[in-house]
Design a protein around this ligand. Structure first.
Ligand code: GDP
Ligand code: MG
Ligand code: K
Length: 299
């Protein structure tokens, strides 16, 4: 008789109000930048799986968009659907809160999954920004009164602090069973999708306040030729003025967006990348369900 180790495998929902660091946490748990992040709330628009196989265990992280309530645009409805379906089939929930005190946003998110039967781990993120670690204990105390969390783990996602402890906590609560994906798989999304997201991240980071949710990216060409990936991307905005902003003075902003995106792509795809970007005005795309579907949002 052989004594094979038990194989654990399952879906891990990463939930929390906007900007607590969900996508940063997923990337640092994976050791690979996959999900885009920025200081802007609702940077994450699409549900994205990050697949992490460690020894005999496989965690499939589900990074979710925040919930939009303010505007009834088609894009917001789409993001809410993405966040809600992500909840359905998870085996473990990682509920992320900021080192700052609890607010109504946290309570709203908690309420949405409090009916789930699975283990819920609470993560207090950004402890690197905590001026004094004495503040940690009262925070843990408070959290433990909000919900019967399976465990409460303080971390810094950005500095990869205490993530090994979080990872072993997650692994120990996964159900036993076979893997859902190949051991070398990293995500369920296509390389084209990831390329578009890398571009969207740079625009969001540089122009967040000036382009509120009115920009999308389409990859028109994605071709490997020899040792170089040739990628052509189209940036869609809603108004002529926004096009000028994205292009910048003598094209300087677009050049910078292109350079930074290319570096991310080269590291993600492990290949030299030739990237060309265009900006185009397409009116009303964020209000129009059909236009959204043609951009790859949708069921
Ligand atoms: P999400 O909206 O919950 O997915 O949050 P993001 O992952 O996009 O992160 C929001 C902002 O918080 C970004 O500017 C991150 O760099 C920052 N952030 C995330 N984790 C940490 C952390 O552990 N420490 C610090 N100082 N900043 C963090
Ligand atoms: Mg995010
Ligand atoms: K964000």
């Amino acid at each position: 008789m052989t004594d094979e180790p038990v194989t654990r495998s399952g879906f891990v929902g990463i939930l929390g109000r906007p900007n607590v660091g969900k996508s940063t946490l997923m990337n640092h748990l994976l050791g690979q930048k996959l999900s885009i992040t920025s200081r802007k709330p609702q940077t994450t628009r699409y549900q994205l799986l990050g697949i992490h196989t460690v020894e005999q265990d496989q965690m499939v992280f589900v990074d979710t968009p925040g919930l939009h309530t303010e505007e009834p645009r088609a894009l917001n409805r789409y993001m809410n659907r993405e966040a809600t379906t992500a909840l359905r089939d998870v085996d473990v929930v990682v509920f992320v809160v900021d080192r700052d005190l609890w607010n109504e946003g946290d309570a709203n998110v908690l309420e949405r999954f409090s009916h789930l039967q699975c283990p819920v781990l609470a993560v207090i993120n950004k402890v690197d920004q905590m001026p004094d670690t004495d503040q940690l204990l009262p925070h843990i105390e408070w959290l433990s009164q909000q919900y019967p969390f399976t465990e409460i783990v303080p971390v810094s996602a950005l500095r990869s602090r205490n993530l090994d402890r979080l990872e072993s906590a997650i692994r120990s609560h996964l159900p036993e069973g076979p893997h859902h994906f190949g051991d070398d798989d990293l995500t369920n999304r296509s390389s084209r999708f990831l390329a578009a997201e890398m571009i969207r991240e740079k625009i969001t980071r540089q122009l967040g306040a000036e382009l509120p949710y009115t920009m999308a990216v389409e990859i028109e060409t994605f071709e490997q030729e020899g040792n170089t990936l040739h990628i052509n991307g189209l940036i869609l905005v809603e108004r002529q003025g926004q096009k000028k902003i994205v292009i910048g003075d003598k094209g300087s902003r677009l050049r910078q967006i292109g350079q930074e995106s290319r570096l991310d792509m080269e590291s993600l795809f492990g290949s030299k990348v030739m990237l060309r970007l265009w900006v185009k005005v397409r009116k009303g795309w964020a209000d129009d369900e059909r236009a959204l579907r043609s951009l790859g949002y949708g069921d």
